[in-house]
Structure formats: structure tokens, C-alpha cells
Write a protein that binds this ligand. Sequence first.
Ligand SMILES: [Zn+2]
Length: 425
Amino acid sequence: MLVVELRRRLGLALLEHPRLVRLNPTNPWKTRGNAALAVRVGRPRGEPKTVGSWHGTRIEMYPRGEDAPPSEVAADLAWSVVGALTWPEGDRTNPGIVVMARPGPEAWYREALHTMLEVAPVESRLREARAIVRGAGSRRGIIGASAAIAWPCEPHTWELLAYRPKPRWGTPREVDPSSVLEMQRAFPSTFDSYDEDEGEATMVPSSPCPVLFGIRGTEPRELPRALAKVRSEPAEGWAVFRTNQGTDDHLVPKPLGEARAHESVAVTGAVAVRPRTIRGGHVLLALEDGGARLDVAAYEPTKRFRAVVRELRPGDRVVACGSVRGSPPTVNLEKLRVLSLGSATEREKVGNPRCPECGKAMKSAGKGAGFRCARCGTKAGAGAGRHEDRPRALVPGWYEVPTDARRHLARPLRLGVREDLEALR
Ligand SMILES: [Zn+2]
């Protein structure tokens, strides 16, 4: 691991927790959740704090340490570590590293989070900032690296990542799910480790990457204690990262007519058409606001969340949050607030009509074809069925997709709703 090599060979130590920064979730070129890592290193000074472990050796952080100037030697060392860590993913691996004396402006982070950046302009501004840069393939990794350095670290959550030794990469992970559930219950400051409704350890990835599992939480000091509860194959090491995961940092509130592909938005509108379920189990609907219209989808992997979406009816007002894809643009729902119901009741058919001639219950004459009396042959139109006004099943409030369908950046409702999203009407 990079920080171990920087310490061993160059005497450079962590001055802060390492960072795990997620960028634009709609980016089609992304690898594994579009993540970038950043570390701030310098000369150790003062009392260290343990933030990880590698082959039994503590990884220490020195909050009172001194910054060190960027060096080509450190860049070469980091680049060789990146090279050794690259795992088979073919053409989609386009690593890049950036070494800078001080972070670039926050806008570098925001642009990589909210827009689709090209490599060339990023390289040019890095040259102006006198950054040291290394890259391979399309060099797209440079974009994420410069953004991770520019991330202002607020708002944030934490994730403890445990790593597998290289020979195990790509093999099934041995993690006892019941120990994950016990851990989650024992440490309420952790989140998204285990989905109790689905009975699944969601903190264990299924991709062939070097991560054994990740424990997310809001209290960094509890994460190593939570780690001790998990029964699994041996890890090569672990570290606690400060991260923008679980913050909703990607969501930008905007009028629904302005939502464009590759953005993640929070839009307010009224349901325009009754939701329909299409092949594959995806639920589609449309919202309208001020003459503009926008398609919204709850895809099959969002499982039970779709039941909420199916209860929406024209006239209901909602806040829809998610990433926008495709043409016409469609919001892939991550969370939804039902602001108000267009109608508190819904007219439902409760039975077939009685025959106006002989009084016997009539039978359906086929879909849309009305009713027919089996005894005397009298016919009635399709609207003749008995109807009743029933209260709606849907209750105003926030709803979210289940844990394993949640994007890394999405904030679980149990962590509270971002203030500006809560204020949307
Ligand atoms: Zn009859």
C-alpha cells in the first residue's frame, strides 16, 4: 500500500486520514463506482494516531506533522505502487496520479462530480498549478486524482476498507454474514453493512477487486472496533478513509425542465401519468412542472422501493432525486419525497354490477367489453361496475431504495436529509 511505501522509503507519513472520493456517478467511463483516492503526507511530528494496519504493522497519522514539498521521487514511488495494484479489467483501467503542494480550488472537485470533464483541460490547469502528473491509457484517472485532492472534506462520512492479498483477488470472499449483522447491531454509528429485509451482507462487494469489505460509519474511532466483530478470511490490511460517500453531494436541486443527462438532480413536480411497469420489472412515470415534463424510473434492482412508486397517482406532488441518463433524459430514482397527494382517496372497482332486468350478478364480457348477464343475456357497459372511494395507501414522506441498490454517494435516510433538499417544495 502506498502510505506504507512512502513511510518506509521516504520517511513521509500521513498528516490526515486518507480520502476516498466518489465522482460523477453517471460517468460512462467510470471504473468501479468512479472512485479516487488521495493522501496528504509530510514529515511526522507529535503524537501519532492509528488509522490502519498493513501486514500487522500500524499505519499512523500525524495531525501535527509538517507538509513536505511535492517531489518527483514521491510521484515515481506512487506510480510504481499503482502499477503493482492494477488488476485485470482490460481497457477500462486508465490510471493517473497527481502530486500537488496544496489542493486546487473546490471547483475542480465540483466539476468532476457534476459534469463530464475531458482530460486535456484538466492536464493543462494542472501544468499551470505546477502539479506533478503521471498517467497511462487514456489518463482519465488524472481527473479523479485532481478532484480528490480538491475535495474540501465536508460533508463527509467514513469507511474502513479491508483488503485481500493478491492471490485471492477474483475468488469468492469468505465473510460470515451473521457476524456482519451482529456488528451492525452492536455499532449503530455504522451504516449499509447489512440489509435486514433482504438478509444480505451489503458491505461485501461482488466485483473482482482487492477490497474484502468496507464498513461505513459516522464515527471513525468505532470502525476498528466494528472490524474486530467481523468473522472473515484474513485481510492483508485495512485503513479508515474519510469519504464523500453517503452525503448526497452529487445532487443538485434544479427545475425539472433543466435536468440533463450525466447530471444528478433533485427536482420537484406533479405526477403527470399513472406509473406503469414495463418488461424487466422497471417502473416508469413522468413528472410535470410549469409546462415542462421529465421521465422518472425506478429500475428493477430497486426492488421494494418500486411498490412505493407504483402507488403514485396523477396530481401527487413529489421531490425526485437521482442521476439523469439517456435521451429523452430519465431520472434514475435514488430517493423520493411525497410532498402531497393529489387526492386522498382513489376510486376502485369493487365488483361487477347486478343485472338491471333480473338482479343476478353480471359477468365480465372480456377486458374493456363491459358485462353480460348469464341468466337473461342483458348487457352493460364497461363503466357499470360497482366502484368505491378508498383511502390511498401512500403516506407523504421520504422513501429510498434498498441498501444494495444505493449509490455510493447517496445519503441513507437514517443519516438525515440534506437541509436544502428538505426545503424543496
Ligand atoms: Zn339478467
